[in-house]
Design a protein around this ligand. Structure first.
Ligand SMILES: [Zn+2]
Length: 292
């Protein structure tokens, strides 16, 4: 997608909302997902010509990502922030135990170890508020859980019950105000949230059940969630999207949120960079007024 000829994400995002793949949100519900990747630009050649006319200094064919929505602006709604996020990964299913599953588990855990002390977290510091200074995070552990594996699909309500049950049974460490559980599903298991499904409407989401913060990451197996990348790269990319959103808006809509564009990662969806060799998504900066 980096070489796509006309990456006008603001335009594409509005198409996301109205198109067949759009996530159905109830009124007042907040965006907390990774949207699907659309490989083709959704603007017409005419529109492109007009845009070029309006901005003669910008070459839309330069192969560079043309991101955002100069109108984007995250505003803080006084909710919690994960100021020193503690990531615990949960690989839930029977397929992670195999050799290739094991390699990907290891890679994801190394990704979090590297990324949580990287410039990606530094750039979120601008969203600190009095009494809540956003700094580096830490990777606090991982668990392969094969009990009661989802088969075929898993709904968000099942995930919410299960996370609380894992905490109660001490299968996973008890949550603190900074804990974020990242739940990775087996390849082929579809995530269902409200009326929406992974690979049809989204590629992952984060949310809160009470004061327990979690993200659900279905394994990317469809074009809409691979975005032309390998599955491991797509998974770090979409995980970085949810990580930054969970830090800045752990209770969706109550932290840093843009009522038009959604959370910090939504504004810049499917635009990536590399940090420590891993694919991570660009994130919106209010201070710099761009995705970076
Ligand atoms: Zn998002």
């Amino acid at each position: 997608m980096k070489t796509s000829k006309a990456r006008v994400v603001a335009k594409r995002k509005s198409a996301d909302r109205s198109g067949a793949g759009a996530v159905k949100f109830a009124p007042g519900e907040h965006v907390r997902i990774v949207p699907l990747h659309y490989p083709k630009p959704s603007i017409s050649i005419d529109e492109l010509g007009r845009l070029r006319g309006e901005a003669p200094d910008t070459d839309l064919f330069d192969g560079q990502p043309h991101v955002a929505a100069a109108t984007a602006q995250l505003t803080y709604n006084n909710g919690p922030l994960l100021t020193s996020v503690q990531v615990f990964t949960i690989f839930w299913g029977t397929k992670w135990g195999g050799p290739s599953g094991g390699t990907i588990m290891q890679r994801m855990n190394k990704f979090f170890q590297a990324i949580l002390v990287s410039s990606l977290l530094d750039q979120l510091h601008e969203y600190s508020v009095p009494g809540k200074s956003i700094g580096h995070g830490s990777f606090i552990g991982t668990k392969l859980i094969t009990a009661k594996p989802p088969v075929g699909s898993v709904t968000d309500s099942v995930v919410r019950k299960q996370v609380k049950a894992w905490i109660a049974a001490k299968t996973v460490p008890k949550n603190t105000k900074n804990t974020l559980y990242f739940i990775f599903l087996d390849p082929g298991v579809i995530s269902i949230m409200g009326g929406s499904k992974s690979c049809q409407n989204y590629c992952g989401y984060h949310d809160a059940v009470g004061s327990v913060y979690y993200a659900v990451m279905p394994y990317p197996t469809c074009a809409g969630c691979l975005g032309g990348m390998t599955a491991p790269d797509a998974l770090t990319g979409t995980s970085s999207h949810e990580l930054c959103e969970a830090i800045t808006d752990p209770v969706p809509g109550s932290g840093w949120y843009d009522n038009v564009n959604g959370e910090i990662g939504d504004i810049c969806a499917w635009n990536f960079k590399k940090i420590a060799g891993y694919t991570v998504q660009l994130e919106w900066s209010n201070a710099h007024n761009k995705c970076m």
